[in-house]
Design a protein around this ligand. Sequence first.
Ligand SMILES: NC(=O)c1ccc[n+]([C@@H]2O[C@H](COP(=O)([O-])OP(=O)(O)OC[C@H]3O[C@@H](n4cnc5c(N)ncnc54)[C@H](OP(=O)(O)O)[C@@H]3O)[C@@H](O)[C@H]2O)c1
Length: 315
Amino acid sequence: MAAALALSERTRARTYPNPNVGCVLVRDGAVVGRGWTQPGGRPHAEAMALDQAGERARGATAYVTLEPCAHASPRGPACADLLVAAGIARAAVALGDPDPRTDGSGIARLRAAGIAVDVGIGADAARRAMAGFLARRALRRPHVTLKLALSLDGAAAMADGRSQWITGPEARAHAHLERARHEAILVGRGTWEADRPRLDVRLAGLEGRTPLRVVLSAGAAAAGEGDWRWINSPAQIDSLPADHLLVEGGARTAAAFLRADLVDRLLLYRAPILIGGGRTLPDIGLAALGDAHARWRLADSRQLGSDRLEVYERG
Ligand SMILES: NC(=O)c1ccc[n+]([C@@H]2O[C@H](COP(=O)([O-])OP(=O)(O)OC[C@H]3O[C@@H](n4cnc5c(N)ncnc54)[C@H](OP(=O)(O)O)[C@@H]3O)[C@@H](O)[C@H]2O)c1
């Protein structure tokens, strides 16, 4: 399942509105097929893995990160039917598919055909791998990651607004990789005006992966520029054609998303510098200090050059 989850990451943010699923077929202890949802959402992971395995799929075990779909579409047959027709013997499924067209019926169809199905293996990791798809289904909005580059004393910019650069090249390269893992990226109008950021992906091999770029401004009747999209409240993110949104600041925009309880994941790049009197987060609507606790859980932490990355998820 871990291998299937790693495959699913290959097309994170490129399968919208479909989930990024991974699938590994194993027979007699050997991998006979590997698949992951292809850019644009088709072929599905199972179809790709079955295609690779051919006859070797008969009697195999399928490890799939999401319940195989039960609905045929003009773009392809239902994966549950494909797995049955290929004659697999067992399936391990990490998560049920909340899509009402499948929601249990994919697993039921496998079982009805005599296939042994285990559900829940690797469920937590699968929830993380398909966070965007699941947020869209459960919350009707994209999964939101807030990125902040901070000094040791918690400043996101100097008092006069200058913030280029707080972190070093390794942290900035990592932030570019994160951009490639999101369909959309957003900054506030203040940042858009102060920095005119390009918000593109400047990593070798990933230049084509620049997300949809969005500016938040209450006066967003402004038509915007080029292919930038403007929205006038955080709530409007539900209208973006994206399952993963990266919010890159500045501080007022970060606070607006936190106030609206629209942040699912925090990326804190902490540089070993002191700024003093810098711009920190404004009010995020906290009534009591106690309310601030147990909201965030450390999910990852690592060194990036001289900076420290901490990743937090909702607690
Ligand atoms: N360290 C970092 O990670 C980082 C990241 C990005 C930027 N920065 C720095 O931060 C500075 C800018 O930060 P900032 O806090 O001044 O500005 P900002 O957050 O980039 O933009 C503020 C603007 O966003 C819009 N906005 C914010 N909340 C809103 C809401 N709830 N509804 C509608 N619109 C909303 C408003 O635009 P309107 O006035 O048009 O309504 C507001 O004036 C820049 O100097 C930049 O270099 C630092």
